[in-house]
Ligand binder design. Sequence first.
Ligand SMILES: N[C@@H](CCC(=O)N[C@@H](CS)C(=O)NCC(=O)O)C(=O)O
Length: 216
Amino acid sequence: MSRITLWGRANSANVQKTMWALEELGLAYEHVPLGGSYKGLDDPAYRALNPNGLVPTLQDGDLTVWESHATVRYLAAAYGAGTLWPGDARVRALADQWTDWTATTYQPAWIKVFWSVVRTPVEQYDPVDIADALAATARCLAILDRQLETTAYLASGTLTYADIAAGVSLYRWFTMDIERPETPHVALWYTRLAERPAFRKAVMVSYQELVGRLAF
Ligand SMILES: N[C@@H](CCC(=O)N[C@@H](CS)C(=O)NCC(=O)O)C(=O)O
């Protein structure tokens, strides 16, 4: 097995996806905290790995991958056949659907709530912005809730990479000081995920350092 390295601060939601996948698959890896208060994103050596100067970046032997969903998909495909990586192309199509929807629709919505409620200092709160972000997230959660009424996980009855892309939101969503719509099936999904040691280690991580901090 080649040497695996993950760069990125543990309180970044995007880094958490990669770490969750690594933990879920039981892989040995080196974790290099970077970004945020650790800085280092402008170092030429890091830029050579990730020209965006963002985290996460994953290296597996001579392969370097950035974009959190690409890292999760890669780990699932390389090491998770039959578990995170469904053998059935039809289930993979659904996992891709939910992963891409998360990238384009769900994550922009829930991250906006996190930024407008947690990262923005209270004295700079914009109630219209907060209401818009909450409404957009509620629309997404209603879609998730309908799906999770019929399947225990997003693409099937078992955990796939799609649950990692979308489910990373849940600890923050259920702990932020906000009014949440009733989404009983999403709540049950969160309960199921929180029973997984990999989720607890990678995702249920304090974001206290990010409160009122717009800088990074
Ligand atoms: N689309 C990218 C977004 C990466 C991203 O925005 N990362 C943030 C952390 S969540 C970052 O590097 N911020 C700068 C910092 O942490 O200093 C992905 O999914 O990997």
